[in-house]
Design a protein around this ligand. Sequence first.
Ligand SMILES: NC(=O)c1ccc[n+]([C@@H]2O[C@H](COP(=O)([O-])OP(=O)(O)OC[C@H]3O[C@@H](n4cnc5c(N)ncnc54)[C@H](O)[C@@H]3O)[C@@H](O)[C@H]2O)c1
Length: 346
Amino acid sequence: MSKINVGIIGTGGIAVSRHMPALARFSDLNIMAVCDVNEASAKSAAEKFNVPHVFADYKKMLQMDELDAIHICTPNFLHVQPAVDALDAGKHVLLEKPIARNAVEGALIVEAAKRSSKKLMIAQCFRFGSEAQFLKRCIDAGDLGEIYFARVWALRRRGVPSWGVFTDKEKQGGGPLIDIGVHMLDLALYLMGHPKPVAASGMAYTKIGNTPNHVGRWGTWDYKNYTVEDFAAGFVRLDNGASLIIESSFAANIAEDRMNVSLLGTKGGADTNPLRLFGEDKGALLDITPSLLPTVDFYEVEIRSFYDAIINDTEPPVTGEQALNVMKILDALYQSSEEGREIRIE
Ligand SMILES: NC(=O)c1ccc[n+]([C@@H]2O[C@H](COP(=O)([O-])OP(=O)(O)OC[C@H]3O[C@@H](n4cnc5c(N)ncnc54)[C@H](O)[C@@H]3O)[C@@H](O)[C@H]2O)c1
């Protein structure tokens, strides 16, 4: 079988540290082209991974008939147009999270995927870890019973990115909620079986990020141009009667960073990180902790699953519609914070 030819748009952090090494490990996949407006970055990625074609303009790269699939690894404001253009050019698309800056942009991507009949997957890598997969198997087997509540945490004490455009609201659509909250929110909804959101209420604060003289885990960020929230909290109602709360921060005065989903079910509960299940059986309260789970590179599993969906012509495991539902929640939380009321989600 001939190899699947892949092009990469955006050769920054996530492309070079995760996508390209994973792609290079699969013998049936071939990184044929890379593109970055920063030509030095594109050339350096091409040299490192032996990629023959280098572009500064992604539209020119999309003209290559030989390319079958495109990974979009650009900042959030550059998700919608490259994704729509790639799908319209007849390429399969693996798009970095979040789907876009907002649900209006996200819907354009989902429509383009329908129009093209090509595969679209959003890179929600946290679903693909061994722990998440084990917990999903427990949930599917009924071990937790009916899951009626989730507590979603994507909290950093001083984890403000000091590179890229992560603190620019115009380019990113928001701060920690859209950048890391999206990971845990997607994981929660996946584990809960994708109930649809019906309403959300939230508050977003900028209290630390835009002020000087802080200790940054990842260097000193530009507080003068910090336009996103540094902490957000919200409450979301779901159509099956379940609900969730979410808290997300780049900077907050808390004890430690925490990326975790807690689930409450009628028969059991669970934390994803570290993975623990809580139950009751034969007159005792039981905690279950797996003593051995295979270690996997969840980016590699994610990327493989996208190509397996292409090869087997099946639905990719993270669909555009699922990502759009997550995006609708994030939009509603930001809108709720601005308007001071609960927002209905259509
Ligand atoms: N799944 C994860 O765990 C994870 C982790 C980090 C980032 N991400 C996502 O990946 C995306 C990129 O993040 P990053 O950390 O790699 O950012 P980054 O700033 O390191 O890299 C982005 C790259 O895009 C390039 N770029 C900008 N405009 C372009 C254009 N018009 N055409 C081609 N290239 C262009 C930039 O020059 C840069 O090299 C974001 O959407 C982010 O949310 C996901």
